[in-house]
Design a protein around this ligand. Structure first.
Ligand SMILES: [Zn+2]
Length: 259
């Protein structure tokens, strides 16, 4: 660990101390935890997803039903990145913190399934996920890696093998209701934890972005690890503006077997 400043070192030690005294830890993750896996934050200009199209024109549930081809054309670069991506050190650190430490669950805004692939067990995907897709016509569900091949290759709208209906990935589109059961469990985890780690989320998107405040009001300590500032930095007990793939492994290190 060479490029961590002394300030960062002190903050990491402070965060480790808080985690060592915790019984129940919740993590909240956003796009920033996956950027080092090669998945651009689709809200950022670098994603290219805003260049030619306003997502509000293609990625609402109404737009999807009217013109699925436009939606699939728009999201294809992101899906291609996701299908090429591997979990990184930050995903693995959270899996370790759950297996060996006090982490009880991960609430994520990401649809990329990298927490699952890193070995995490208790995951609340509040914006859905790309793991499977549902037929809009017969409601049959399919694993995306079985039905997205042709789409990823040449952009064809993925269709149900049984009835040829349009397949909608199980992600939450704009204008869709968030999965209420998952959201309620995420809120319960938040209210019951004594520490919440925010990793790679700018906390700009509600309702997940409001959870650290809920945790704080319920008496928990909040640790924020994010490259950029967030509007809840002032509320947090420890704020580390650094790369999540460098900081999270340090937080998990003390809990590993033999540590
Ligand atoms: Zn079907």
């Amino acid at each position: 660990m060479t490029n961590m400043s002394e300030t960062h070192e002190a903050l990491i030690q402070q965060a480790v101390g808080i985690l060592k005294n915790a019984r129940s830890v919740a993590a909240l993750t956003g796009a920033g935890i996956s950027t080092r896996s090669g998945i651009p934050d689709f809200r950022s200009p670098e994603s290219g997803l805003w260049d030619h199209v306003d997502p509000m024109d293609v990625a609402t549930i109404t737009a999807f039903k009217q013109n699925p081809q436009a939606f699939f054309d728009w999201i294809r670069p992101l899906v291609q990145h996701i299908f090429r991506a591997e979990p990184n050190a930050a995903h693995r650190a959270l899996a370790d913190l759950e297996k060996y430490g006090p982490l009880k669950g991960i609430i994520t805004q990401n649809i990329d399934v990298l927490h699952t692939r890193a070995g995490s067990q208790n995951i609340y995907e509040v914006h859905g996920h790309l793991r499977d897709a549902t037929c809009m016509q017969c409601l049959e569900t399919y694993a995306t890696d079985l039905v997205l091949d042709k789409y990823l290759l040449n952009g064809d709208v993925p269709r149900c093998p049984a009835c040829r209906g349009v397949l909608k990935p199980n992600v939450i589109l704009f204008g869709e209701i968030l999965p209420i059961t998952i959201l309620n469990r995420a809120r319960r985890l938040t209210q019951e934890c004594d520490v919440m780690i925010v990793a790679g989320s700018s906390l700009e998107v509600a309702p997940a972005g409001d959870l650290p405040m809920l945790a704080k009001f319920a008496g928990a300590k909040v640790i924020i690890v994010n490259y950029a500032e967030t509007h809840l930095d002032d509320l947090a007990d420890v704020v580390i503006h650094a790369d999540v793939t460098e900081v999270l492994p340090r937080l998990a290190a003390g809990f590993l077997p033999g540590a």
